[in-house]
Design a protein around this ligand. Sequence first.
Ligand SMILES: C[S@@+](CC[C@H](N)C(=O)[O-])C[C@H]1O[C@@H](n2cnc3c(N)ncnc32)[C@H](O)[C@@H]1O
Length: 273
Amino acid sequence: MSEPAFTPQLAAIFAALVEEASGIHYGPPERDLFGSKVAAQAAEAGFESLLDYYYRLRYDDPEGVETRVLVEALTVHETYFFREIAPLRQLVEGHLTEIVRAQGAARVWSAACSTGEEPLTLAMLLEQHGLYDRVEIVATDISEAAILRARTGRHGRRSLREPYPTDLARKYLDVSPHGITSQARLREAIRFRTLNLFDEAAVEQLGRFDVILCRNVLIYFRDQSVTKAVARLTKSLAPSGILAVGVAESLLRFGTALACEERGGSFFYRSAR
Ligand SMILES: C[S@@+](CC[C@H](N)C(=O)[O-])C[C@H]1O[C@@H](n2cnc3c(N)ncnc32)[C@H](O)[C@@H]1O
């Protein structure tokens, strides 16, 4: 049987549904890829008609369970150890060291942590600088599969890419031809949980953070969703707290309530409160 056609109209209504649920935007240039993923999920859920599948998600899925399954299939979990490590070093050696010195403890939120390589890299740097016991790390992602994977501490070989700091890798990672396992002690420092950045109530419950990492996720959102997500993250920052986005991302054109600061060659956004 041939696949049902993913017309521009179907693409538009599915894209709106996915964007409302997750912020993730699929535009006309990605229609083929989006269509094949939606079709695969429709078939998996037992639907021959994409429109029937849409009606199910939109009007007959009150808890959003089926929509979450679709979003799960659409998330991109690309991440690796030591990715964009310079800003992380800067935060550990600067802001977090200062906060721990002044207050005795600090909190960090890795807000779209994928399979955990980002918060694990941070935990290594904290350990190296004697801050491991003083900094609480909360790591969340919309993808339940990614969080389950993160909790296992097992990663594929693509999670380690040249060039990387060999001293840290040797100390904290067990690398074999079959994959990579992170040290259990590192994982114990991190509270992993599933969370959608747009779930206001769940985000509120996490409390305030001295540092929020929200890196390489805003690129999947359109401007209106970036503005909404950043406004929510801003509320979650402690006074003088710092938000770090990916090195290829910039919030300057969004006119946020945060002040952009350069520290040691890395750019951060600081709460004015
Ligand atoms: C490319 S990964 C980035 C991982 C890591 N921060 C890094 O820089 O390597 C993007 C992650 O954002 C997550 N994501 C997408 N939309 C999200 C949302 N609305 N709430 C929370 N996480 C989301 C995806 O599931 C994915 O794991």
